[in-house]
Design a protein around this ligand. Structure first.
Ligand code: NAD
Length: 307
């Protein structure tokens, strides 16, 4: 079985490395020479072109920034015409459910199938092979690629037809963005109230303020080793990509008539971070808004001082 993998970024490279280590025949490609060099160093077979990676492939994985990139790689570059007759396309990028359905419509012909299979767990989960996969598409295709997904992830969910995986991912990241925005404000307040950060973290971890972001991304240096704050917010998951995901949630909420003022607020905070030229930092740099290092704009929700 020939596997083609396109997209060797912060998630793609550690993910595909698990496939190689599990013994699969993987041919990888990325437009970035730096990404290709890193893959070569990792022992991966780097194809000389996208076409070489895709030619005759039985499974094609994409791990790219946006839906436009996925469409470009799978359709506009002609990958869909080079692959095998019963190829399964597996897109693990985070894109909108409607984009996933539109791409599926265009690539699924003559027995070829498309699965949307976005992931959660971050670069840590990608490196450890403990990602959660949220998959939409034909259940038979899901079962066929299950061994591949199992080499990269610990929790594999089939959620329904095409687009359902992306729907789950959209909602998950909507929660992640809001959780991080609220954690950012809380930790800065805790600091200004002179609470020792490590002790307060232990309190919150065993109290009702506990959350996944608290345990993995606590944005105070020297508390949680995996938190991007310890590497000056080197990503991780960039603020720009998180803004894309919050935009997907806002679009979905709009078309399904859900009121989401908190999600709008998270989008605005990310916009301010990006406008300050920090969109390529990890999204946990949101804490810079709470601390005042970056202007967070008029604080419309501040309670006026009591007389
Ligand atoms: P990234 O920017 O680090 O990597 C994207 C890679 O795609 C880059 O190496 C880039 O050169 C390559 N690329 C772009 N256009 C290409 C093209 N036309 N042909 C070939 N390669 C191309 O991004 P990432 O953080 O790895 O995220 C990838 C996707 O996964 C995004 O949709 C993101 O939202 C999602 N995601 C990211 C995380 C995270 O923690 N970073 C977690 C879950 C999901």
């Amino acid at each position: 079985m020939k596997i083609c993998w396109v997209g060797l970024g912060r998630m793609g490279l550690p993910m595909v490395s698990h496939l190689r280590r599990a013994g699969f025949d993987v041919h990888v490609h990325d437009i970035s020479a730096m990404a290709r060099a890193a893959a070569e160093e990792d022992g991966l077979t780097v194809a000389s072109s996208l076409a070489d990676a895709a030619r005759g492939a039985d499974v094609v994985f994409t791990m790219l920034p946006t839906g436009d990139h996925v469409r470009k790689v799978l359709l506009e570059s002609g990958t869909d015409r080079l692959v095998g007759p019963r190829t399964i396309f597996v897109d693990s990028s985070t894109i909108s459910p409607s984009e996933a359905r539109a791409i599926a419509r265009d690539v699924e012909r003559d027995g070829r199938q498309f699965l949307d299979a976005p992931v959660s767990g971050g670069t840590e989960g990608a490196a450890d092979g403990t990602l959660t996969f949220m998959v939409g598409g034909a259940v038979e295709a899901f079962e066929q690629v299950r061994p591949l997904l199992a080499a990269m992830g610990k929790n594999l969910f089939h959620l329904g037809g095409t687009g359902c995986g992306q729907s789950a991912k959209t909602v998950n990241n909507m929660m992640l963005a809001m959780n991080m925005a609220s954690l950012s404000e809380a930790v800065v307040l805790a600091e200004r109230l002179d609470l020792d950060a490590r002790t307060f973290l232990d309190v919150a971890r065993t109290s009702s303020g506990d959350s996944w972001v608290l345990r993995h991304f606590y944005p105070i240096k020297g508390t949680v080793p995996t938190a991007p704050v310890n590497q000056d917010f080197a990503p991780g998951f960039t603020a720009s990509l998180m803004r894309k995901d919050v935009g997907l949630a806002l679009d979905a909420a709009r078309s399904h008539e859900v009121r989401v003022p908190m999600t709008h607020q998270a989008a605005e905070l990310l916009d301010r971070l990006i406008a300050a030229g920090q969109g390529q930092l990890d999204f946990t740099a949101l804490v810079k808004l709470a601390s005042g290092e970056i202007d967070s704009g008029p604080d419309t929700l501040t309670t006026p001082a009591a007389d």
